[in-house]
Every structure is written in C-alpha cells, then in structure tokens.
Ligand binder design. Structure first.
Ligand code: ADP
Length: 616
C-alpha cells in the first residue's frame, strides 16, 4: 500500500490557516457544510445511476449517518453517495478548483474580522471541518470501484492518501475533535445543529437509528409551512454561501409547462461574479431528482447572481447535456424565470427604494449585460436600471432624468469612465454644468456596450459628452457660469490654423469649443468615431490594437491661456507653435491618458513655467 504525502495548494493552505485559528464564532456550521457535501454526493449518484444502474450495486436508498464515539472523541459523517477515488481525493480536498480562488486568497489580510466577512462570501465547504478538528480522516470508495482510499490531514500544510478498506461505496469523514470542542460529542447538541441547518436536505440524516431532519425537498413544501430561517439555510446550502438571501422567490408555475422554482438573490456580491469562468448556476431537478447545476440554458448569464433550484415536471429524467441545448421546454422555463425575476425586482424597487439600491449597487452591472444580450427585456431592464448622475449624490432612474431635462434638451447625456471622482471633474462636463444639464456618470465597463446597443430611451438618444459636435447653442448657460476674462470670446481663427499645421497628424482636427468653461483644452471623438472611453477599454482588453484613432482638439476661446496665445500670434510672436504639443498632452492627461512622450512633455512644461517667471 503506497502512501502519498502532498502539500495543499497554496490558496488552500491559507484558508486552512484561517480555519485552524478558528475565525468563526459559529463553528457548528462545519456540520452543515459536511452534510451538504454528503447530500450532493448522493444527488449526483442518483442521477448517474439513471444511465448506469449498476453503479448502485443494489443499494438504491440514499442516506447520511452521523456517528459519535465519545471515548475516541470523534464524530463521523457517513454517506452512500458517489464517493471519491484517489485522484478525486487529491483534487477535491487538496485544491480549490473554483474560479477566483487565488484572488480571494490574496485578499486575505490576517485581520480576523475582515477575513470572516470575505470567507463568508467565498464559502469554505469541507475545510471548515478544521475549525473543530485537529485531524480529519476521509475514507471513500467511488461507486463502481473495487478499492477505497483514505485521505488524512491535520490541516497544517500537508495531507496523505493511501489505499484503505471500505465495505460499500460512499464517504466517511471522521473528525478528531480538538481540545475544548466536546460539545459536539453530545447527541442532543448535534441533533439541534442538524435541525437548524440541514432540516431541508432531501436525504435523511440519521443518528443512532433515528432520522433527524425533515428529509423532504424544501421547495415541494407549501410556502406557509416554511420558516424564513429554513429558506435562509436552504439558500446557504444551494448557494455555498454564508450570507442572507436578499430576495426569496418560491413559486409553482402551472399550465402547459409545470415547474417549481425556489430562487434567491444574494445580499452581497459573490467573489467571482465577474470572473470569466463564472457561470449561471441554478440547480435543475426533474421530478425531485437532481440533474445538473451546469445548465446555462436555464438562466441567462446576466442573471448569474441567482441561486436556487428549479424542479420540472415535464422534462425527461434521462436528460443529457446535449438534450439541454435548444430544449423547448427548458427555453420556456427560462423565459418564465426571467419574467418572474424581473417582475419581482420591479416590485422591490417600488416598495423598498433603499434596499433596491443596495441590490443594484451589487448586481446592477450584471443586469445591465442583459440590455445588449436580450433585446426582448430591454424595456424592463431600462426601468430597473439606476444611475449616478451630476444632479445628485444618490441614484436616479432614467424616468427621473427625463423629468429633469431642460427645455430644449433632446438627448440623455452621459460620460463613461471608471472613477467617479475623476469623471465628475472631467473637462467634458463643463459646458453641461454651466447649462445645468444633467449628465449620467456611467462607471461600469458594460456601460459603453449597452449604450451603443440600446441607443435611446423614451425617444431620447444617449449621447456621450466626450463627443464633438454636440450643439449646446440652443440652451443658454445659467447665470453663475464661471467665464474667464469676463466672458470675452477671443477670435482664435489664426490660433486654430496654426495648431492644425503644428500638430499635423497627431490630431484629426482643431476647433474652438462651446463646451468648455474652465479648462483650456479637451480631446473629443469626432462625430461618427468611437467614443474615447470605449476605445481605451477595448484597447486594454486587446480587442483593438495599432495606433489610436485621431481625435479632435478643442480650444476654449474664453480661457486666458487660449486668449493669450491668440494675442501673441496677432503680435507676431512665435510662442504658440512651441506650446501646441504641450496643450495636446494636457488634454490627454485630463482624459486619464499619458502624454505621447512624457519626458518631452516635462521639458516643455518646465520651459513654459520658466518663461512665465520674471527673467534675470
Ligand atoms: P464545494 O462543496 O464548495 O465544491 P468542498 O471543499 O466542500 O467545496 O468540497 C470539494 C469537493 O469535494 C466537492 O465539490 C466534491 O466534489 C468533493 N466532496 C466533498 N465531500 C464529498 C463527499 N462526502 N462525497 C463525495 N465527494 C465529496
């Protein structure tokens, strides 16, 4: 019998470290996690056995057993689920395959309070055993396999795996309790923990020959029989999370297609919401038999924060991966779920404004993906969307924006960028602020995409303020507009012509601007060209390469500097040409971009500053 000693994956090591030093106050949740794993293993085997009945080896009744050995100070959680072979033990209990794990582990700080909050979002599963155990021994035999294996570890960096004896298929997880954890040797205490956390598990959990839990699928029970805590624990089980559900939807769809849904919207944003591997993950059951938790057809990616169960009466039990695709029943279930969830969100938005805004803050960026992925739900989603804007510190709806539009205003203005503070200070906003025109501050990467896909709302076009050619002339500035040099507008035609010649290919054009009040210059995308922020974003993600498209440099004819330069030309001086590249770089910096040649920029700036000081 060969024993293999291995180190845990680095990330697991760090999580185990947290567990060993017991960051959690309610350590008892280890039992929920282990029972949850055992139940999942039974569910998976039940499904596999539909196609391969021989896997059951005649034992088709699934169950979980808890055994206590007071003398040895151990408790064991034993299931007859699908079990694990050597490779699965190593892979499943030595690494975490979940996406975003490395990023998660890196964000752990050693600050117990913060880390508890983080790990709550991540979920710890099996490793929580080490909160109460100084040693864990897992003996497992995979369904259909002849040999069993034993995995053992004290949670301090290494584990061993070797061959072992086990009569039947399934897994036994034995915990050697730490000093001071004797409460978990008391059957009454264990029963209470199972009742609290695992009552909803559809597989019976037995202690000393007695079934402790309700052992019927929670979603099949009438709503009136279910306590809020039971919903919460079920959510934690299916969602592998520790937080509270923000929204619980339990319903039965009746009619041509019948199914039951028990869906949850989490309170906090899961760790890997934006990880590329993150998939929509509802559990699909057919007539109470677990089929899969990987059916992307069941729910669109833009609702991937949903957790829960859908149980269909109409799908066949022997449903293969291929059959899931383009299955008309599944498609109708999906559309039904989408309608129901959006309808419920609408109600929440009306009934609980603040709660809804917290939800939007966490999941709005995901929902907005639906704006370009599912045109059929566009209207509903636009009503649900909330925005930051220059008009208030809070959130606004599009309807609210439209209500506040000024006379003569025809478009919905927005600026896209990452950072709120930088956005609010952008030169692009000056002319809008001066005219008290509200501008939406779009800060999510998806915004550029849906805005161009959606185009308009309520007949009003979405227009980026970083775009040239917006005619603000029809709307008069409001009185307190800060205007340099007493509002005198200089004739800058000669300056514009000189800049064009000097800057040449570096810009697409040079123009005087209505849209600036405080800044001397800005860069805009020419009409018909790609928005500046969108281009920067696509470039960062490698979606476009090559030279940046050329932009239009706008000069503010009311700014002292621009006026001074115009005067210097009239006086026959030649300083304006030398300063043209400096002004262009300045406009780039205001966009959050780097000067083309930072060293040359620094030299030019130093020269210009020196020239502005008294000589001698
Ligand atoms: P999670 O359950 O979130 O995937 P865990 O760390 O709890 O993470 O478990 C890791 C994996 O180990 C599970 O996904 C499963 O494949 C396997 N596993 C854990 N417990 C059992 C069990 N009792 N029977 C079979 N497989 C198990």
């Amino acid at each position: 019998m060969s024993e293999e000693r291995q180190a845990f994956q680095a990330e697991v090591g760090r999580i185990l470290d947290l567990m060993v030093h017991s960051v959690y106050s309610d350590k008892e949740i280890f039992l929920r996690e282990l029972i949850s794993n055992a139940a999942d293993a039974c569910d998976r085997l039940r499904y596999r056995a539909l196609a391969e009945p021989e896997l059951l080896g005649g034992e088709g009744v699934f169950g979980i057993r808890i055994e206590v050995d007071k003398a040895a100070r151990t408790i064991a959680i034993i299931d007859n689920g699908e079990g694990m072979g050597r490779e699965e033990l190593v892979g499943n209990l030595g690494t975490i395959a979940r996406s975003g794990t490395a990023a998660f582990a890196d964000s752990l700080t050693g600050d117990a309070k913060r880390d508890v909050a983080l790990i709550g979002q991540f979920g710890v599963g099996f490793y929580s055993a080490f909160m109460v155990a100084e040693r864990v021994r897992v003996v497992s035999r995979a369904a259909g396999a002849e040999v069993a294996f034993v995995w053992e570890s004290d949670g301090r960096g290494e584990f061993t795996v070797s061959e072992a004896e086990r009569e039947a298929r399934g897994t036994e997880v034995r915990l050697y309790l730490r000093e001071g954890e004797d409460e978990f040797l008391e059957p009454a205490r264990l029963r209470a923990v199972v009742k609290t956390y695992s009552d909803h598990i559809a597989i019976p959990v037995e202690m000393a020959g007695e079934t402790v839990n309700e052992a019927s699928a929670l979603w099949t029970r009438p709503r009136s029989d279910i306590e809020p805590e039971q919903y919460t624990e079920f959510y934690r089980h299916v969602g592998h999370t520790f937080d509270e559900p923000w929204l619980t939807l339990h319903f039965r769809a009746e009619g041509v297609i019948e199914y039951t849904g028990l869906l949850f919207v989490p309170t906090s944003r899961p760790f890997d919401l934006f990880h590329p591997d993150r998939k929509a993950a509802l559990k699909l059951y057919v007539k109470r038999v677990f089929i899969t938790d990987e059916a992307p057809e069941l729910v669109p990616a833009w609702l991937r924060f949903l957790r829960g169960v859908v149980d269909s009466e109409d799908l066949p039990l022997n449903l293969s991966r291929e059959m899931l695709q383009r299955n008309p029943v599944l498609r109708r279930i999906r559309d039904g779920l989408v309608r129901r969830v959006l309808g419920e969100l609408k109600t929440k938005a009306e009934e609980d404004k603040e709660g809804y805004e917290t939800f939007w803050d966490a999941f709005g960026p995901v929902l907005k993906e639906g704006l370009y992925e599912e045109s059929g739900q566009r209207e509903a989603l636009l009503e649900l969307a909330r925005f930051r804007s220059t008009a208030s510190d809070g959130w606004t709806t599009l309807a609210g924006y439209v209500e506040r539009m000024r006379d003569g205003q025809e478009a919905i203005y927005y600026i896209a960028g990452e950072e709120g503070a930088a956005l609010a200070g952008s030169p692009h906003l000056e002319g809008f602020r001066a005219r008290k025109l509200e501008v939406l501050l779009l800060q999510d990467p998806v915004d550029d995409f849906w805005v161009s896909a959606v185009g308009d709302y309520d007949g009003k076009r979405f227009v980026s303020v970083s775009r040239g050619g917006i005619d603000l002339g029809a709307i008069a500035p409001v009185d307190e507009t800060p205007v340099d040099e007493a509002g005198q507008e200089a004739d800058i035609a000669a300056l514009v012509a000189l800049f064009k010649v000097t800057l040449g290919e570096a810009v697409k054009d040079v123009r005087g601007s209505e849209a600036l009040t405080e800044s001397a210059v800005r860069l805009v995308a020419d009409e018909g060209d790609m928005d500046l922020h969108l281009e920067r974003m696509l470039r960062r993600h490698g979606q476009i390469d090559g030279a940046a498209s050329r932009r239009v440099l706008e000069l503010n004819p009311r700014h002292r500097l621009v006026q001074g330069l115009a005067r210097s030309i009239a006086a026959g001086e030649d300083r304006a040409a030398a300063l043209a590249p400096l002004l262009l770089d300045q406009a780039r910096i205001a966009e959050g971009e780097a000067p083309d040649d930072p060293a040359a920029f620094a030299r030019l700036l130093a020269d210009a500053l020196a020239d502005s000081l008294p000589a001698g």
